[in-house]
Every structure is written in C-alpha cells, then in structure tokens.
Write a protein that binds this ligand. Sequence first.
Ligand SMILES: Cc1ncc(COP(=O)(O)O)c(/C=C/C(=O)C(=O)O)c1O
Length: 351
Amino acid sequence: LKGRGVWRYKNSIPGIYNKLISLNEGNTPLIPSKIYKQTYYKFEGANPTGSFKDRGMTVAISSAVNSGYKVVTAASTGNTAASAAAYASRGNLKIYLVLPKGKVALGKLAQSILYGATILEVNGSFDIAMSAVIRLYKELGIVYPLNSFNPWRLEGQKTIAYEIAEEIGAPDNVIVPVGNAGNIYAIWKGFTELYEVGAIQKIPRMIGVQAEGASPIAKAVEKGLDTPEFFENPETIATAIRIGKPVNWRKAIKAIKESKGTALSVSDSEITEAQKKLAREEGIGAEPASSAALAGYEKAIKEQIVDKDEKNVLILTGHALKDPDAMLKMDSKIILINPDHIEKIVLGDTN
Ligand SMILES: Cc1ncc(COP(=O)(O)O)c(/C=C/C(=O)C(=O)O)c1O
C-alpha cells in the first residue's frame, strides 16, 4: 500500500494504524477543462466506490479496526453508505446503514446492497437518519459512527488538497459542493497544513456550492449570519446534498471565512444543465451534486466572485453512475431503425 493514494501521506494522518483497511483510494485524475484556460476538475468519481468518501472511509475504518470495534454505523444520502459498506466488508466489520427511505440514488442503494450492509430505512429526511445514528452512538457507545463529524474521515479527505498542490500548486479558488459540510473544511485543512509547512505560498479561497432547496450554509454566508437557518424539508434533485442541518456547519463557515471564500446556491435546472455540459462538452460524467460545482462556478464567474482566468479547481465529488435516474431523464438521441437501412440513417444524418 506504500506510495499509493491516501496512505502515501500516512505521516500526516494522525493515529496509529497497525493494519490499513484500504482499496488504494485517492490518486484521482486532475482533468484540465477544455472550456476554461486554467480550470481543472478533480474527478473523485474515480475512487474505488465512485466518490470522495473513500478517502475518509479508509482512515475511519482503519481507525475502527485498530480500536477493536466490531460494529460500525452511518447515516447517509448514499455515497457515505456505499463507501462505508465497502470498507466495512474489507475490514470484516458489521455495518448498519441508516438511510432516508426512497431518497437515495439508485446506484448508491445498489452498492450498499452489493457490499452486504444491513440497511435501516427511516421515513423522513437524511437529517432524521443522522439524529438516529447520533443517539445510537451516544446511548450505546458500542457502535463506531462513520459520519463526517468523525474526525478521521476528514483527515482522509484532506488529501484531496495534497494531491492538487503536488500537481499544480495552490489554486486561487477551489469550488466544492456542500452537503453535511465536512469536505469543504477537510480540503481547506489540507491546504492550510501545506501553507503552514511552507509547501504552498497561499491558501485558496474556498467556494461552497449548495442546491437552492438545501442551502443553509450558502444562505448564512449571503446574509452574514453566524448560525445558519436550517431547512426542515430540504429538497433538490441533487440528492447527495439534500441536507437541511449540516453537522459540520461551523467547520464549513470557518473554512469559508478564513480563506476569504464564499458560498452560493444554484437551482436544480442549473445543476442539470451543468451535468449535461460536463458530460457533453468536457467528456466527464459526474452525478448531479458534483455538477453543482460547475453550476456554482459559472454563477460565481457571472457575479464576479471568481475570475475565470485564475487557477481554479472544481471538486467533482461523485461518479455519474451513482444516479442513473438523473441521466435517463436527459434529452437523448435514440432512434429505432430497420438494420437493413442503417446506412441511410448515418449518411443522411448531417448534424
Ligand atoms: C456526490 C457528493 N457531493 C458532495 C457531497 C457533500 O459533501 P459534504 O459537504 O462533505 O457532506 C456529498 C455528500 C454525501 C453525504 O453526505 C452522504 O453520502 O451521506 C456527495 O455524496
């Protein structure tokens, strides 16, 4: 495992790990944009279970195993579930996933089943599932909570910053989709650690992007509030970030403020258009919540919050395959043909 992905940075990850539970996560592609001169996409969909969650899960599950836990649990909008289930099976741990019934994208539910997790469904939002896990952990203490208030998760996720800096130095702006708000803080923490040891000369501005119907942090930043107004019934097609009460909101606001960044929200239609643009112009398949990064980026350019010619990195947090329903709803070119006449179609198809 030496020299691979997240554990290449073992010395900067706190904790003693006699045993590493790893799927060689990390080392994801940094893809230059065809559209914007100095814009890059950090494609986290290339991780073993298809999202950035694997970076934090390898650390959290390794920590659970090294601490002798046998049972782990996580509430999730889907990607944490898929990742936790994979790493739990890798680490021979029993896992209970608490999921909002009917609100988890197909690919993620399928993965959670595939990896053999016990799935506890609740009627209600992700936030209801989250509060159940917190109560379970506080009352029982025998289960190990894997959500992103678990500091080990963020220690793994901060390696996103390390990889970016190694490849292109410190960007001017980093645009991150925000749900439970751990990742924007983790990435900021990574850049701050590099800055403190002199590896980079400036810390990028952290730009958080939320879906309008689930945007407590974006609204708090826009209104200059210290405490966000939470969303009782968050709603967006970007189900991964359909979170009304982010557990890490304090950390996210700290990262945004200290980096002189900001947070903004985008509509579902802007997210859908961005997902199409990423795929059909950049050749990159990202799920709706990830595409919010491009929607937010283009809105930030329009509002002169960022300059498109600066060195900017968008974090594409999850693979398009996670949410097949979102793709199937898109305009498509499907033509039923008589196979004997295929040349007519192709020769006649001028566009
Ligand atoms: C694709 C994708 N993009 C962005 C986010 C937001 O990251 P955070 O702001 O650190 O929460 C998530 C989060 C998912 C969960 O919270 C979960 O899986 O339970 C995600 O899956």
